[in-house]
Design a protein. Structure first.
Length: 92
């Protein structure tokens, strides 16, 4: 059996925990027929995992809840085009 370097993903508790959850919650229950289908389903799971799903290590709060951007002080009535929720960051 080959000796693994310290810090390898398979020796990192955070990576192992995430990989286990990814397998248990998503991959073991899905059959992907196309690459596009896999990309969409996995991205939806990632967004749910990072913004909605409670994590026990964070007192059962989501790690990155949706951010609310308060509108800047304006001189007149707010425009219907004024965003009330910050755009979701594109994390890869």
């Amino acid at each position: 059996m080959p000796k693994h370097m310290p810090g390898s993903p398979w020796e990192n508790g955070y990576c192992e925990s995430f990989n286990s959850k990814l397998r248990d919650e998503l991959l073991n229950g899905e059959i992907f027929y196309t690459l596009k289908e896999a990309q969409i389903v996995i991205e939806n799971w990632r967004q749910h995992h990072n913004t909605i799903r409670p994590h026990s290590s964070l007192s059962y709060r989501p790690p990155a809840p949706e951010a609310i951007a308060w509108p800047a002080a304006q001189k007149g009535p707010a425009s219907p085009a004024t965003p009330t929720v910050a755009p979701r960051p594109n994390m890869h």
